[in-house]
Design a protein around this ligand. Structure first.
Ligand SMILES: [Zn+2]
Length: 536
């Protein structure tokens, strides 16, 4: 039986740690109101995330869900009295994902964990076919001799992992010898697979699986199975199809391993496949852009941004549902606590980031007045954990501004954030690059990366349950407060940029790995021309 006083004590402790921990270095009523709206009772992070991620789901560019999610954003902004619109910049290939259902029917029955890849053609109803693993080829002649076997069959083009047990489990529980032997087996197996594909296709380099899939498609295969393990328990990367006529279906790490072993050991696996999808022609490509008009300096802008599109193997919860909700919630907080900003505050929900930062590139090209008047841009695209690192991206005057802004914020929001001054510009990564290249002071709110990369980034388990709501509330409040400070700042953030070292420093480094990751050495990153269609 639970003792009532224990429950009461627990509640009291919880309340104390959440509600009363805040410190206010200033008694600024705007900051106080933002804390209430973002961290306290007023927070809508959970409700917004639940509606977007569970009910609308993933937001693949060109999908009906992306369009529905855009309408949902507009309805939220309308409800809060914030002006917002869809800014069309071109078109993209429309595609509607239907159901994917794959069963192993021989030599035994098992329903397989399968997901059709994005923009894959489907089947016309269920089809049954033998599954064959690609054999190991030593030459293109070898491959040509084998190729007729693909006709009427489903073929696996990916390497089958010998173990889908997460590396952290091997490290914790295996003997050193068996973990070392597994790593060696995996490395040799992968290398042999890559060499076999290169030998078969007569060329090496990236994209070999895709080229192989297209050769098999031409040769009359019924479908292509592929697999891309994400190196963790139950985590697989789900990207787009390589085929244009037949289904390209991803199997989970071990279900792919199962059908591959059955084929390689001549146990004649047979599969029933039912995959539905529909191509919808070209559909409008758009960003959703919202705005709270500045009162004193309406032609100067503070930009909050996060890409709105996602891959569609799951719900796009941490890539980039959390960035989306962070900026959406920040706009709600701003409107409630700071409805008449000094500078104009803009929010950009970018399209087609996953296809190459397309939406933000188009926005930067189509809105020269915003670029000219930009005070600073803040982007988030890095999963669910608390923002703990912001690099100044090589803007030499930015650190001074951040220092001033942070000195006015509650220490709960800022204490764990490392500011990297002057930092290096990045060479790629996310939508902040579409502004840095101008060069416009643009910053990325960054949080722990290794866990994100392993488990939820572009995987089939990037779902609602992975969101850490305490962090999301913290991040949304941070975005609102930083936007407020940047808007009120008496001075513009200068656009001066640092000298760049020619090459990555060699040898022992004083800087952290994070400082070095994807940094641009030698030359300032260049802007890309906006891509305005699927074929463009
Ligand atoms: Zn992303």
């Amino acid at each position: 039986m639970t003792k009532p006083w224990l429950v009461a004590l627990g509640l009291a402790l919880t309340t104390a740690s959440v509600g009363e921990a805040q410190t206010f270095p200033t008694d600024d009523p705007v900051i106080r109101r933002m804390w209430q709206e973002g961290m306290g009772e007023g927070s809508q992070a959970w409700e917004l995330a639940q509606a977007l991620l569970d009910s609308i789901g993933p937001r693949l560019t060109g999908s009906p869900q992306y369009a529905a999610a855009g309408d949902w954003l507009l309805s939220k902004y309308a409800q809060w009295g914030i002006d917002a619109e869809k800014q069309e910049y071109g078109t993209w290939r429309g595609w509607d994902r239907g159901t994917t259902h794959v069963d192993l029917v021989e030599p035994r029955v098992r329903t397989l964990n399968a997901t059709m890849l994005a923009w894959s053609p489907g089947t016309e109803g269920p089809v049954e076919a033998e599954f064959v693993a690609l054999p190991v080829f030593s030459s293109d002649a070898d491959f040509e001799a084998w190729l007729p076997r693909a006709r009427g069959r489903i073929v696996g083009v990916s390497y089958a992992e010998p173990s889908c047990r997460a590396p952290e489990s091997w490290e914790a529980f295996a003997t050193e010898a068996s973990w070392a032997s597994m790593q060696q087996q995996r490395a040799q197996g992968r290398l042999a697979w890559v060499r076999s594909l290169s030998a078969a296709l007569g060329q090496g380099g990236g994209g070999a699986e895709g080229r192989m899939a297209r050769r098999l498609e031409e040769a009359g295969a019924v479908a292509i199975f592929s697999a891309q393990w994400s190196d963790g328990w139950g985590a697989d990367k789900i990207f787009d199809a390589a085929t244009s006529e037949i289904p390209n279906v991803h199997l989970s790490c071990e279900d792919y391993g199962l059908v591959m072993r059955l084929s390689q050991n001549e146990q004649s696996p047979k599969v029933r496949l039912d995959a539905r999808s529909e191509f919808l022609g070209d559909v409008p490509a758009f960003n959703v852009v919202g705005m709270i008009r500045g009162t004193e300096l309406p032609d100067e802008y503070v930009l909050l941004g996060a890409h709105f599109d996602s891959w569609d193997g799951a719900s796009g919860a941490t890539d980039n549902g959390t960035g989306t909700i962070m900026m959406l919630e920040a706009m709600r907080i701003l409107k409630a606590a700071y409805p008449d900003p000094r500078r104009t505050i803009v929010v950009g929900h970018w399209s087609a980031e996953e296809q190459g930062l397309i939406g933000s590139t188009a926005f930067a090209a189509d809105n020269p007045a915003v670029i000219d008047g930009m005070q600073a841009a803040f982007n988030q695209d890095n999963g669910t954990w608390r923002v703990d690192y912001i690099r100044m991206m090589g803007f030499t005057g930015a650190g001074e501004h951040f220092a001033r802004w942070f000195s006015a914020l509650p220490s709960e929001i800022t204490d764990h954030i490392e500011l990297d001054v002057p930092g290096m510009p990045e060479s790629g990564g996310s939508d902040h690059m579409s502004f840095i290249c101008k060069p416009v002071p643009a910053f990325r709110f960054q949080s722990n990366y290794p866990d994100y990369r392993q488990y939820t980034w572009h995987t089939g388990i990037d779902t609602f349950d992975k969101v850490v709501f305490d962090d999301l509330r913290n991040n949304a409040t941070l975005a609102a407060m930083v936007a407020y400070m940047a808007s009120e700042d008496p001075d513009r953030v200068p656009r001066d940029t640092r000298l760049l070292p020619d090459t990555r420093p060699q040898g022992p480094q004083r800087t952290t790995l994070r400082n070095q990751a994807s940094a641009a050495f030698g030359a300032w990153p260049e802007c890309r021309p906006p891509r305005r269609s699927f074929g463009g």
